[in-house]
Design a protein around this ligand. Structure first.
Ligand code: ZN
Length: 93
């Protein structure tokens, strides 16, 4: 087996993709765990985060001007996982 250097990439958004309501991160959670993340080769990296029985997606954008972090609304693990799959397949973004 040839080892794959790249991790998963966010999909290219389809025309009817669900729009994720990104907002500024709120410092209300402690011990946030990153369950999954997309490939670091992109300037935009997504993380599936979990804390206190909730999960959400974090969007990290690295540009020469700095790092911008946005987050989706915390929801159940199941719903966040579903949204994560949509993100990777381009059905949400
Ligand atoms: Zn990559």
């Amino acid at each position: 087996m040839i080892p794959d250097f790249h991790g998963p990439h966010a999909g290219v958004r389809t025309a009817d993709a669900e729009s994720i309501d990104w907002h500024d991160p709120l410092p209300r959670f402690y011990r946030v765990r990153v369950l999954r993340h997309t490939c670091e080769c992109r300037t935009r990296v997504y993380e599936l985060c979990a804390s206190s029985g909730l999960a959400w997606i974090r969007r990290i954008e690295r540009t020469p001007a700095g790092v911008t972090v946005k987050e989706s609304h915390p929801t159940s693990y199941g719903k966040a996982e579903e949204l994560w799959k949509k993100l990777l397949s381009g059905q949400a973004g």
